[in-house]
Design a protein around this ligand. Structure first.
Ligand code: UTP
Length: 297
């Protein structure tokens, strides 16, 4: 019987340099999309997929993240006294079961692969998920849930993938497809940031993964040989060579790259327009803005 995915790693130890100076003191994952930090979207998605153990790989200066998931008795009391039940309800999403959340430090930002490897002792022999909170995905069925359902059929390792225009492939890890089965593709290779015109397909990997424990052994091998950053893609590519059990999953939904300024702004607009309490006022503002821009041209 295939094992269920119940643990997820959230690598949040990056420096977030694209958002300096904000990220000098505010972790990127705490930056707010409408009224929730990026990390909350990631946690909600993980919960919907059946994740019960949440492992954060953090670093210096990220204590705001740990506080975010703690109880805030003074704030809660103040809201209770004022009868602000809706806000109290909103705070509930930030509460975690005792022992459900673990923090591991990555002492040096040695890359995403290294961050994932730092969590190795908290895993068992089961497949686990990796969620990058700066990839925010708007979807009817949350992306990781779609993947967990597909993974129940395939087993092995699975990466979320989306079609990108040929001229953008060089910004992503790109899949070399063995067999295209629709939502699921089997993979015979993976190239990190291919030079323009050399990408093996248009299917780019984004920040959701379901991985087998063998990936940790691969990361260990790569780590021992590598001088600089340890790439997660390299460990997955090694797994393709060794066991031929890597799949891409074309998720249904729209992904926003909230690790970049343009992507974050796009997500803010899309999520703002989708919110019932904001959409009328916000859409009117955007329409006015566009028409005054058009009039000025
Ligand atoms: P990014 O490539 O976006 O890097 O990391 P970054 O440091 O967060 O941001 P920039 O590029 O400097 O603006 C992708 C994910 O991997 C994590 C990040 O926290 C983010 O979730 N990561 C990256 C680590 O946990 N450790 C690392 O050493 C590198």
């Amino acid at each position: 019987m295939k094992k269920r995915v119940t643990k997820a790693i959230f690598p949040v130890a990056g420096l977030g340099t694209r958002f300096l100076p904000a990220t000098k003191s505010v972790p990127k994952e705490i930056m707010t999309l409408v009224d929730r930090p990026l990390i909350q979207y990631a946690i909600d998605e993980a919960r919907a997929a059946g994740i019960r153990d949440f492992i954060f790989v953090t670093s210096r200066g990220k204590s705001a993240l740990e506080d975010y998931f703690d109880h805030a008795p003074e704030l809660e009391n103040a809201l209770r006294k004022k009868g602000k039940t809706e806000l109290l309800e909103a705070l509930k999403a930030t509460n975690m079961d005792s022992g459900a959340i673990a923090y591991i430090r990555q002492h040096k930002a040695l890359g995403l692969g290294h961050a994932v490897w730092c969590a190795r002792r908290l895993l068992s022999d089961e497949p686990f998920a990796v969620i990058l909170p700066d990839d925010v995905i708007a979807a009817e069925v949350p992306c990781l849930q779609q993947m967990v359902e597909a993974h129940a059929e395939t087993g092995g390792n699975m990466v979320a993938a989306m079609e990108v225009p040929a001229e953008k492939t060089s910004a992503y890890g790109v899949l070399d497809i063995k067999e295209d089965m629709g939502s699921v593709v089997s993979v015979k290779g993976m190239v990190e940031k291919p030079a323009l015109g050399t990408a093996p397909s248009n299917l780019a990997v984004i920040g959701r993964y379901i991985l087998t424990p063998e990936i940790m052994d691969n990361l260990h091998k790569i780590k021992s040989g590598a001088g600089g950053e340890v790439q997660l893609t390299d460990a997955i590519a090694l797994e393709i060579e060794q066991s031929d059990n890597v799949y891409g999953y074309r998720f249904r939904g729209q992904r926003f790259d909230c690790g970049s300024k343009a992507g974050f702004l796009q997500a803010t607009v899309a999520f703002g327009m989708a919110r019932p309490d904001l959409k009328d006022e916000f859409t009117e503002f955007l329409v006015d803005l566009m028409s005054s821009r058009a009039a000025a041209q």
